[in-house]
Design a binder for this molecule. Structure first.
Ligand code: ADP
Length: 392
């Protein structure tokens, strides 16, 4: 028979055991917490929302140079050291997270070190709440991201410097091409008059061939200027389309004839005689075909043939130009339609501005069509575009 006194004693002993066990567990977990805090390069912090004080791991001193004491443990000390431009944002975000019962909080900001320099830090914490959903503690860590941030800032600066350069380049191109247009047009007119006079005097005179040469050069200059003016138009969103209904097959044929007249190095093969009626901007689509054809000739100096096909499929007009030239490396294909892009491996051997495909892509895009280059089995490349047969 156990007396009441003995029973109470046993109960007390059991309770004592349990308390010791819990205290042991607590000190074990605190020890583990301290070990983790020491092992990591981050600063670990523990903000007691009830006493409004902050415990920080030893790394706080290594990272920022402050000793850990009652003064530096104050929350006001933390906010005071946040860069004035970041302070409100950091303060608001952490209190908003606490009030909104968020689970986590994080912020990137500048923190003043004891040596007077600012460190860029990534500060992240978890918010702990009791059973009544009252937040009572935040535990988190700080990573020093100063060097990453420095690289990021350098990159942003370099990017904005590049954008500024591109803007100046566009501005220069726009002014230069506008200014050059008038003298080149007048030169072209004068050469044509000279040509007629020289032909009347003596068609076999050497002067006629020189005038013809000069005329061809002004034609090239006009084409370059037109490209530059088109780029300006695209940049300013002023590339207009004038729709009409025409035979697209005939349009391709005319383009082949025109390009063929200026180049007799290649046989341009197009055997399609169908009538393919579409409604689009004829001169602009012809410009795309011209660009494909001149590129096909230019980039296949050792080949003799260029194949051209066109068809209508699912309410889309499709034209393809295939050459047997140098081809395009697979990893360069995605950049071909970018402004000023030229494939580096070949750019030094062929003249060009890297604008033709950019302008072509914009023309096709304006028609709600698509443009691309195929993956060929054999050497060379096949450029294609498709546009709806009628605008929607
Ligand atoms: P450009 O020919 O004046 O350089 P484009 O915009 O017409 O400008 O073409 C961009 C680049 O695409 C060219 O510099 C060239 O590297 C590549 N390219 C275009 N067409 C072909 C082609 N048919 N074969 C091989 N490379 C091509």
């Amino acid at each position: 028979m156990i007396t009441a006194r003995e029973g109470l004693k046993t109960l007390n002993l059991e309770l004592e055991d349990r308390v010791t066990e819990r205290t042991q567990k607590l000190s074990e977990s605190e020890e583990r917490f301290n070990l983790v805090a020491k092992a990591t390069n981050d600063t670990i912090w523990d903000w007691d929302l009830v006493s409004n004080t902050m415990w920080r791991s030893e790394n706080f001193t290594t990272m920022f140079g402050y000793t850990r004491n009652d003064e530096t443990n104050k929350i006001s000390f933390w906010f005071d050291k946040v860069h004035p431009e970041d302070r409100d944002r950091v303060q608001d975000s952490v209190y908003d997270a606490i009030n909104d019962h968020a689970k986590n909080w994080s912020a990137e900001y500048r923190f003043l070190k004891s040596d007077g320099n600012y460190a860029y830090i990534l500060d992240r914490g978890s918010i702990l709440e009791d059973e009544f959903r009252t937040p009572y503690r935040l535990v988190g860590s700080i990573i020093d991201i100063t060097s990453q941030k420095a690289i990021e800032i350098k990159l942003i600066k370099a990017q904005s410097a590049t954008e500024e350069l591109m803007r100046k380049k566009d501005e220069f191109m726009s002014i230069a091409s506008h200014e050059l247009k008038t003298p080149v047009t007048s030169l072209k007119g004068s050469l044509q008059i000279l040509q007629r006079i020289a032909m009347k005097l003596d068609p076999k005179d050497q002067m006629v061939s020189f005038i013809n040469k000069a005329e061809r050069q002004t034609q090239k200059m006009t084409a370059l200027l037109n490209d530059l003016l088109d780029v300006t138009k695209i940049q300013e969103g002023k590339l207009q389309l004038n729709y009409s209904t025409f035979d697209a097959c005939q349009m391709v044929k005319e383009s082949i004839d025109e390009v063929g007249l200026q180049n007799n190095s290649h046989h341009l093969i197009f055997e399609d005689e169908r009538v393919l009626e579409i409604t689009a901007d004829r001169p602009r689509l012809e410009q795309v075909v011209n660009n494909f054809l001149t590129n096909a000739i230019k980039y296949s100096p050792k080949a003799k043939e260029v194949l051209i096909t066109c068809r209508i499929d699912k309410e889309q007009f499709i034209a393809e130009v295939r050459d047997y030239g140098i081809g395009i490396p697979q990893n360069k294909k995605e950049f071909l339609f970018d402004r000023f892009y030229r494939v580096q491996e070949s750019s030094s051997h062929f003249s060009g501005l890297g604008l033709g495909l950019y302008i072509s892509a914009e023309i096709v895009r304006r028609h709600n069509g698509s443009i691309g280059v195929k993956d060929n089995d054999s050497p060379g490349s096949t450029f294609w575009f498709r546009v709806p047969v009628k605008p929607k």
